[in-house]
Write a protein of this length. Structure first.
Length: 109
């Protein structure tokens, strides 16, 4: 009976150590992505009005932070896009289809 208890305790410790190692690896990869954030800026015009929007993304092009003029949020709805490449295409298409312009500025060296 004591032997089974010992095996159970040993297995639990093994699982906890494995979980701790896995969590550390995951956390370090997230921090690496945070450190390598890139930002794209959209400077758009339509009907004589200017609008600005920015999105920060990681190395997999996933948008992590975004914000800018409420007009863009209300009309283009950029929050629905998770990939910065898709967002860039949608921003450009929206403004060009309406007769405006959208300049995409990559703010990374």
């Amino acid at each position: 009976m004591i032997r089974y208890a010992f095996v159970g305790v040993f297995a639990a410790i093994f699982v906890l150590i494995g979980a701790a190692i896995g969590l550390r690896v995951y956390t370090e990869s997230q921090l690496r992505d945070e450190a390598s954030l890139r930002t794209v800026r959209y400077e758009c015009t339509l009907d004589g009005e200017s609008y600005v929007y920015e999105a920060s993304y990681n190395s997999q092009y996933q948008i992590l932070y975004e914000g800018g003029d409420a007009w863009i949020s209300n009309h283009v709805r950029p929050e629905q896009y998770e990939d910065v490449n898709v967002l860039s295409a949608q921003m450009q298409d929206y403004f060009e289809e309406k007769g405006g312009t959208c300049k995409i500025i990559d703010e990374n060296p």
